[in-house]
Ligand binder design. Structure first.
Ligand code: ADP
Ligand code: MG
Length: 581
């Protein structure tokens, strides 16, 4: 339960403002996150971390010497946008290159990946190391597909300490990847967490039961078992970590992490048993940590992390760090507080800018199409808003429960952007603006994908003298292709593509018969609905629902469901207008 807030929608911004006020000498706010108050020494690597909020001290609390140069902070459990990542990167960059490192979640990968690409186009040496420490989220032979949980702190500190001593971007990247390859975490949940302003938790764990393999976004665990006492729990947590101990390794950094509402005394009780158990396996524990590092709002749960050390990792793990949420050793004298720091102006991109036609050269057809797009955006928003709770519930089955909230936020932003656009705007610019607003505001995987799809739709339609139904088919196909390209999904993976592909195919087939576009859209929307319904039988192979694949069987995919809701609203609006004309 979150008791303290002003406006639940402003919770993240309010918390960040208070955080910056409380740590004014250490961090400075930038639009999209925080950077160190004291700029990096010129030529140093900027280690950038980030993700959704709700995990404090991750991520803003880990900004400081020996840790990150900046943190990109999204909404609760929602990936930040590409634009946010770019703003934080520009503010933190000291000329030595930028390393993005964060837990592997689809939305973050899409947004930060795009920011990395754009930074490279500006001439910044940007790299990425994904963190994949959670043993419960994929089998050992699919380690690259695991998600990141509390082990992110090990990688953050190794990378941050390497950057602090002046290592090159090649070295910092190598060491971060090396730390990730030797970090393993395993968690259990006793009770779910509640989003600020929400009346009930994202998931519930029955009394006397614990859920093994929890996620940090309110994703329930993968297996429920009877609650264990501390000695048995220590063994349960440690078992899969010991199973992946590198040959001959006897030294380990250990983190026992509380998820938000487990008392420190309870953590210490458990730590005693964990230490005994690991020592019993011949392991020497090096500078362990016991406390809250990566939380999940008020979730009751714990996770155990082991960083299997070698000489170079031990040197970095034991190096000093000084940030609001994690301090160890002595990092040198205090620096004078800097209350506010203006981010430097972004460097010019070397990418060719997309040509924007002057208002005079926008065709009448493009302007007409823009008018229709405005109306359809509002329609789509109203239809999704009416189903937001249902979409959230579908996402809570095996994901993090934010799909309804995220879609409404994105569509509201898109609708506001198209309202604010000049009457003379053509369809390409209008949909580009709407797509940017959607992706920037919604965050999350679906926000990134819908934002890119809308922008692509506009680019494909372009600034033509007239639009045919075939042009609409081609634009829909290009938008589908863009979603597949960015998200890497295939039909059958249980994503929004499983509604989009049937929509695209049905639309193309109907348009070929020469039928009226409105009738074609109605048929395509009904194919989208069938596609979305059919996802109920599928097992997710991508996204947040994958670790809980079994649970999701019998329930349709939230992203596929919201797609057909939008397709249906659009088709009926177009058909209604035709009849009314
Ligand atoms: P998040 O997963 O970041 O919380 P949302 O809950 O808003 O984002 O959206 C979840 C939906 O996004 C899923 O139901 C699925 O349809 C879609 N999705 C997730 N990953 C992908 C992907 N790689 N490609 C296409 N769609 C995806
Ligand atoms: Mg979600």
């Amino acid at each position: 339960m979150t008791r303290i807030f002003a406006d639940p929608d402003a919770f993240v911004a309010d918390a960040l403002r208070g955080f910056a006020a409380a740590h004014a000498g250490e961090v400075a706010l930038v639009d999209g996150g925080v950077v160190r108050a004291q700029p990096l020494e010129p030529g140093r690597v900027a280690v950038l971390i980030g993700g959704g909020s709700g995990h404090y001290p991750a991520f803003a609390g880990f900004v400081g010497p020996g840790l990150a140069a900046g943190a990109i902070c999204g909404n609760i459990f929602t990936s930040p946008s590409t634009a946010q990542a770019l703003r934080v990167a520009h503010a933190a960059d000291a000329g030595g290159g930028v390393l993005f490192t964060y837990g592997r979640y689809a939305g973050d990968v899409i947004h930060f990946g795009e920011a990395e690409r754009r930074l490279r186009a500006e001439g910044v040496d940007a790299r990425t190391v994904l963190i994949t420490d959670d043993v419960a989220s994929a089998a050992p032979d699919a380690r690259d597909e695991r998600r990141g949980i509390a082990g992110i702190l090990c990688v953050f500190h190794v990378a941050g300490a390497a950057a602090e001593r002046g290592d090159s971007i090649d070295e910092v990247e190598r060491l971060a990847a090396h730390a990730n390859s030797r970090t393993r975490s395993h968690g259990v949940a006793f009770a779910g967490c509640t989003l600020p302003g929400a009346g009930h938790p994202l998931f519930e764990v029955p009394d006397g039961v614990m859920s093994i393999g929890l996620g940090i976004h309110g994703e329930p665990g993968v297996r429920d078992v009877p609650l264990q006492r501390a000695p048995e729990l220590a063994v349960t947590l440690a078992e899969p970590l010991l199973a992946e101990r590198p040959e001959g390794c006897t030294r380990a950094a250990v983190i026992l992490n509380g998820l938000g509402s487990v008392k420190y005394e309870e953590l210490y009780v458990l730590f005693g048993h964990v230490a005994e158990h690991l020592q019993g396996h011949g392991i020497e524990i090096v500078e362990p940590e016991c406390g809250e590092f990566v939380t999940s709002l008020d979730m009751a749960g714990v996770s155990l992390t082991v960083l299997w050390l070698d000489d170079e990792l031990e040197e970095l793990w034991t190096a000093p760090a000084s940030s609001p949420g994690f301090r160890k050793g002595a990092v040198g004298g205090r620096t004078a507080p800097i209350a506010h720091r203006e981010p430097p102006a972004p460097r010019a991109s070397t990418e060719p800018a997309a040509a924007t036609p002057a208002a005079a050269s926008v065709t009448d057809a493009s302007r007409d199409a823009a008018r229709i797009a405005r109306r359809l955006t509002r329609r789509a928003r109203d239809a999704v808003a009416a189903q937001a709770d249902h979409l959230g519930e579908l996402d809570a089955v095996a994901g993090d429960g934010d799909h309804g909230i995220g879609m409404v936020r994105g569509l509201n932003a898109a609708a506001e952007a198209v309202e604010a656009a000049d009457e003379a705007t053509g369809v390409r610019e209008l949909l580009g603006t709407a797509g940017d607003a959607w992706s920037e505001t919604a965050g999350g995987t679906s926000g990134a994908l819908w934002g890119a799809a809308l922008t692509q739709l506009g680019q494909s339609l372009g600034n033509a003298d007239r639009f045919t139904p075939e042009d609409v088919v081609a634009a829909v196909a290009a938008a589908c292709a863009r979603i597949a390209e960015i998200g890497g999904a295939h039909p059958g993976d249980k994503t929004m593509l499983d509604a989009m592909e049937p929509f695209r195919k049905a639309l193309a087939a109907r348009v070929q018969t020469g039928e009226d576009l409105a009738a074609c859209l109605i048929a395509a929307a009904s194919a989208a609905r069938e596609g979305a319904d059919a996802t109920a039988a599928m097992t997710p192979r991508l996204g947040r629902a994958r670790p809980l694949a079994e649970r999701s069987i019998g329930h349709p995919d939230p992203g596929a469901t919201s797609f057909w809701i939008i397709a249906d609203a659009v088709a009926h609006d177009v058909a209604g207008r035709r009849e009314g004309e």
